[in-house]
Design a protein around this ligand. Structure first.
Ligand code: PHE
Length: 447
């Protein structure tokens, strides 16, 4: 990131990192997964995991990027291999970034559709008939879905081509404040609904009987996904750090990302609970029934436009984060220009997105047990592949960077008693808690 005062540089880094971490994972996946796992008790487990899994790993990934100055593949290969560091972890991270970006772009396309439809209805340009404001309308037409996905990928390529400063930084510097304002306005409206009290109880009253061992695995996947960990994004962003320090940067991003998730729960549950037709834990039906509910409420068009615009701004920031990993790695490894790397990545992502497109349109009726194929992909990638990658990255960091260097990177400007205490906790967490929790989560998923 360009050199300037330390504060300006920290603010810019924070905006870029939060722009990538905040996304559909917070606003769409978090409420759905909390709904599926019974509410308050799951939220507590989630917050606990953010502290013992997410925070140590985000600090570790930023450290790896800052220390090596390279994105994930280059960073892992720069570490001494004889200490159990596997370069395939980096390659697999980049592959999964492309896969997730393909699937993410399809879902972002749905969000784009709703934003445009609510906007047009708001301006009275198009009528807001309930039939066209449902997910099934989008899913029925593969051409519409493909068009939306292509538009989304084009927008991402257009921003990423411009580079970190002119693209990413510029984008987040105006969308994050807009996102924050929109979120607060929407929250105020949603918390005024009569169902707000039951939503608060559902979210914050822990009923542990609703938790199962399986929930642990889901919480692990969600923490990693929402904080963009295991994909190499934070390693890549860490390589752009200069005056920032890894610990405060990691703490800020983790804190704000968690607050966004909780606020999304507060925004969505009053709406979900006030409409008897929306099952609390169904991700597809949130897209389906939320617009229908909004159409029936006064001011629903404006609220709906605000909600989907908020969701779309976040989805774009996260998509840029995913694409940046692939582009930065291609530039590192193949010495190609940013422009070539961005266009090729866009093309590959579009080809890969054919699968989720087919899965959600032509094969939409195909089911694996009770899950649609898209949900199967989501579970396999987020609950299995991602924890395994995160395990590889955490082992690589704790074994590949010498303790002396870790300490130097961690302490930043100066050694204080608190810093030293935090360093001891971090080392312990990265070496034992992170792998331990991930393995337990994986066992929970299999059982
Ligand atoms: N963290 C993003 C979200 O919550 C998803 C993401 C994952 C973005 C990995 C970048 C890298 O939606």
């Amino acid at each position: 990131m360009k050199s300037s005062s330390p504060i300006a540089s920290q603010v810019r880094f924070f905006l870029v990192a939060i722009g990538s971490a905040g996304g559909l994972g917070n606003l769409w996946r978090f409420p759905a997964i909390v709904g599926l796992n019974g509410g308050g008790a799951f939220v507590l487990v989630y917050i606990f995991l953010v502290l013992v899994l997410g925070l140590p790993l985000i600090v570790g990934e930023l450290m790896l990027g800052k220390f090596t100055g390279k994105s994930v593949c280059g960073a892992l290969s720069a570490l001494p291999k004889n200490r159990g560091v596997h370069p395939w972890v980096g390659r697999a991270s980049v592959f999964f970034c492309a896969l997730v970006l393909a699937y993410y772009s399809v879902v972002s396309g749905w969000v784009l559709y709703f934003s445009i439809r609510f906007f047009l209805a708001l301006l009275n340009i198009q009528s807001a008939e309930p039939t066209s404001l449902g997910l099934s309308h989008v899913l029925q037409s593969s051409v519409l879905q493909a068009g939306l996905t292509i538009a989304h990928v084009f927008l991402i390529v257009f921003i990423v081509v411009k580079g970190v400063q002119k693209g990413l930084e510029r984008y987040v510097s105006w969308t994050i404040p807009l996102f924050a304002i929109l979120l607060l306005v929407l929250l105020q409206k949603s918390l005024a609904l009569p169902s707000a009290a039951s939503a608060l109880r559902f979210l914050f009253y822990p009923d542990f009987s609703k938790l199962s061992f399986h929930s642990l695995g889901q919480a692990v996947g969600q923490v990693l996904f929402t904080l963009s960990l295991g994909f190499g994004t934070m390693v890549t962003l860490g390589s752009y750090m200069n005056k920032d320090e890894v610990l405060p940067a990691g703490v800020r991003v983790t804190l704000v990302d968690t607050v966004i998730s909780i606020l999304s729960g507060l925004l969505i549950f009053p709406i979900v609970l006030s409409s008897s037709r929306i099952p609390v834990g169904d991700p597809g039906l949130l897209f389906e029934a939320m617009p229908q509910f909004l159409l029936q409420t006064s001011g629903g068009l404006l609220f709906g436009f605000g909600f989907f615009l908020c969701l779309y701004l976040a989805a774009v920031g996260a998509s840029i984060g995913l694409m940046e990993v692939i582009v930065a790695n291609s530039m590192d490894r193949r010495s190609v220009s940013r422009r070539t790397a961005s266009f090729f990545t866009g093309l590959i992502v579009l080809c890969l997105s054919l699968t989720p497109l087919i899965v959600t349109s032509i094969w939409s009726k195909v089911r694996w047990g009770q899950m649609s194929l898209l949900e199967v992909v989501d579970v396999v990638v987020i609950n299995f592949a991602l924890p395994l990658l995160a395990l590889g990255v955490s082992i690589s960091i704790s074994q590949g960077i010498s303790i002396k260097e870790q300490e130097k990177q961690f302490m930043g400007q100066g050694k204080t008693a608190e810093n030293e205490f935090m360093f001891k906790f971090w080392k312990l967490a990265l070496k034992f808690f992170v792998p331990g929790v991930i393995v337990l989560g994986l066992i929970g998923q299999v059982i």
